[in-house]
Design a protein around this ligand. Structure first.
Ligand SMILES: Cc1cc2nc3c(=O)[nH]c(=O)nc-3n(C[C@H](O)[C@H](O)[C@H](O)COP(=O)(O)OP(=O)(O)OC[C@H]3O[C@@H](n4cnc5c(N)ncnc54)[C@H](O)[C@@H]3O)c2cc1C
Length: 414
């Protein structure tokens, strides 16, 4: 039989071997070791992306952010090194790029978010040269630190696209690390730091906006909202933004730069957008509590590719995964899904070297800290959590499917 016509069958097919795919696979096999689970993932390596911010800030080794995929695939699961080309939920199947068809009793879609580098004219050509850097890719993150070290004053610009984006705090974290680095180098006086966001607020949860505005002000980072990066001219070192004036007319604003940290525009992956699984925005359309697909009960989705209306982070996946696992096993046993996700997500906002403020919240932007500490205050303790505890928790606990249910509580009595 040639591969084109080959048909495979597994009890559970997981598409994507990133944070969500591996966590769910491991937790499923912990619950039911005899389950036949396949993970479809084309990449050779698995990345712990939350540490990219620290790599860009020169305080973490890039080599420590990844492991070969074969080392994170849980014992008992099969890794199929391939890409899914199409989803065929009416036939309970997915089609691989090489033409093979894979049938399932249950499907978990965890393909992440698409980084749309091509949306900004000239960015692909300029990235990695002329001071144009980005923490959003393992290929470009080391260059961020090179740029910071080479910077001797001038204009440093940091951009954030309009939503959606993963880890919505990451675009400003690198601006604060840069400001702190330049201060330590005695380059503060000759440097101008500007943060441009295509969104209308510095952060999606209003309670965190005033403390973050203070952080930006204290660092001397000028914040400009509703300015969307549309073009980068690497040769001339000019960034172009589009903004809409009070008269409703859009205008272009050019800014010269010596360093430009770009957070790329992001959107739902094409393979989802073009599939029957998608909602109007292109995400896998799941119930916001159960993570089960609203039209195809055998299908579940979590993480960045899902329609779950919360901030897209690995921390959110930590809380989504046990819900998905419970409900998927219930579905396979012919029972109703009963586990429920409350929208928990968390963003460790690095505000300087040695300082982190952790924004934890659930649906509706309700602030829900895990620890009894002031969530609006950056602390050294949270820096240790971010730099040392979370990476080892990720590799040793979460990806092993062991994540304990650590409770979070609303800050304000409702
Ligand atoms: C700079 C940066 C900083 C961040 N900081 C934090 C932080 O501080 N805290 C935090 O919690 N989160 C942070 N995040 C976000 C976090 O990394 C993501 O939210 C998380 O990895 C999402 O997990 P996922 O499994 O949905 O997607 P991913 O981990 O991105 O995995 C998706 C996987 O799907 C695979 N895939 C794609 N298409 C296909 C296909 N067609 N077939 C098969 N496989 C496919 C990909 O190869 C990939 O391995 C950060 C991210 C970045 C980039």
């Amino acid at each position: 039989m040639n591969s084109q016509s080959e048909t495979l069958r597994h009890q559970v097919v997981i598409v994507g071997g990133g944070t969500a795919g591996i966590t769910v696979a491991a937790a499923l096999l912990r619950r039911q070791p005899s389950l036949d689970v396949v993970i479809v993932e084309p990449a050779e390596r698995h990345y712990y992306q939350p540490a990219f911010t620290l790599v860009g800030g020169g305080t973490y080794d890039l080599s420590r952010t990844s492991k070969p995929l074969r080392e994170v695939v849980p014992k008992g699961a099969t890794w199929l090194q391939a890409s899914v080309a199409t989803f065929e939920p009416d036939a309970d199947a997915v089609r691989l790029e090489d033409g093979r068809r894979l049938h399932y009793d249950a499907l978990v879609v965890a393909v992440g978010i698409k980084l749309d580098w091509g949306r900004v004219e000239g960015l692909v050509e300029a990235l990695g040269t002329q001071g144009v850097c980005s923490n959003y890719s393992a290929d470009s993150v080391a260059y961020t630190w090179e740029c910071l070290q080479a910077f001797r004053g001038g204009n440093a610009i940091f951009t954030q696209p309009p939503p959606p984006l993963k880890c919505a705090g990451a675009p400003q974290k690198i601006a604060y690390l840069a400001a702190d680095h330049l201060r330590r180098q005695g380059l503060e006086a000759q440097s101008t730091l500007k943060f441009y966001s295509g969104g209308g607020a510095l952060f999606s949860v209003p309670d965190f906006v005033p403390p973050l505005e203070r952080v930006a002000r204290d660092h001397g980072v000028e914040v400009t909202l509703s300015h969307d990066l549309v073009a980068v001219d690497g040769e001339r070192q000019v960034a172009t933004f589009v903004t809409t004036g009070a008269d409703g007319a859009s205008r272009r604003v050019e800014q010269p730069f010596d360093l430009l940290h770009v957070t790329p525009h992001q959107c739902a992956p094409d393979v989802i957008r073009e599939s029957p699984l998608a909602d109007a925005a292109g995400w896998v359309e799941v119930d916001k509590a159960t993570t089960q697909h609203v039209r195809y009960p055998k299908v579940f989705s979590l993480g960045d590719a899902s329609s779950l209306p919360t901030s897209k982070t690995a921390a959110a996946v930590r809380k989504q995964a046990p819900v998905t696992v419970n409900n998927l096993l219930a579905q396979m046993a012919g029972q109703e899904p009963t586990a429920s996700y409350d929208g928990y997500t968390s963003c460790p906002l690095v505000t300087a070297y040695g300082k982190v403020m952790i924004a934890e919240f659930v649906y509706g932007g309700v602030v829900t800290p895990t620890l009894p500490l002031d969530p609006f205050k950056a602390s050294r303790f949270y820096w240790v959590v971010k730099k040392h505890l979370l990476p080892s928790f990720y590799w040793g606990t979460m990806l092993k499917g062991k994540a304990p249910d650590i409770a979070h509580k609303p800050l304000k009595a409702s």
